[in-house]
Design a protein around this ligand. Sequence first.
Ligand code: SAM
Length: 337
Amino acid sequence: MTLSVTDTLGRPLRDLRISVTDRCNFRCTYCMPKEVFGRDFQFLPSSALLTFEEIARLVPIFIAHGVEKIRLTGGEPLVRRHLEDLIAMLAPLPGLHDLTLTTNGSLLARKAEALRAAGLQRVTVSLDSLDDVVFKAMNDVDFPVARVLEGIAAAHAAGLGPIKINMVVKRGVNDGSILDMARHFRGTGYILRFIEYMDVGATNGWRMDDVVPAAEIVARINAAFPLESLEANYRGEVAERWRYRDGGGEIGVIASVTQPFCGACTRARLSSEGLLYTCLFGTRGHDLRALLRGGASDAEIAAFLGQVWGARRDRYSEIRTADSSRAPKVEMSHIGG
Ligand code: SAM
């Protein structure tokens, strides 16, 4: 059954990011600042989260509408218990070509093998610095770099590759770590990707001055390790690809602020309580959980999804202004990037 849809700007639906929890064991200052996500913060009760069975019922409907790639995210996806059970349910689905996960790496050393055995293909690990002082100041829970590196090594040993490493760059906070990270991951086969700090959510106090433009990141690395640009792997790929001229491998930059790529955005996002967002900077989600729990048939859910995607007109990053960056948008920790 194929029900492929395009939105009002002619963009198909190809990728789905599924947040499996709104909780995280880190308190990255740019994502879940402690002042907001402190001890008293009310996370969702487990009864509010989509069950694995509910997710596994929705996914074939998304696949029928064109989704080929799924990324599990959070919060921190590995804090959701028995995540490998969900992976085992999704991995065999016909039409799903890529099943991956984004993690802060803290629990990866323990879980990599079970994830691989369940059918996960690869992982992306977030790591913002190799300097413990900088990294701990950013994760704000005193988590050491070495344990993330252990997680990455365990993922590699389990065959969860190609492994990507994501570094969010915030000026004056970790831009001093750009070259160290490039040097460390050169020649390892891991693909390091630098992400411009974005105005997602409404709690991180984003300012344009905090953004280090991707062009500046590339120029800084190029001065130390000469680079040449590479073709995109496919239309709509978010990272701009570069390779070291000396054969040291590949890096990517994700310039969602300075060079928005809304025109090729084929991503839908499902929050852990079943709200469907058609943009990372969305203000309103569409309630799939209500349909699931209200007794809707698969055909009714499919019709709803087709309608939502067909009506999609989001292109936030292309029309961002200082005012819109202060609007009440969904938190990154809610839909997972
Ligand atoms: N906990 C998982 C992790 O750390 O990868 C998955 C969820 S986390 C929200 C996904 C990614 O979003 C991480 O790489 C994180 O650094 C990134 N992120 C969070 N807030 C961001 C922001 N304001 N701008 C750019 N990236 C951000």
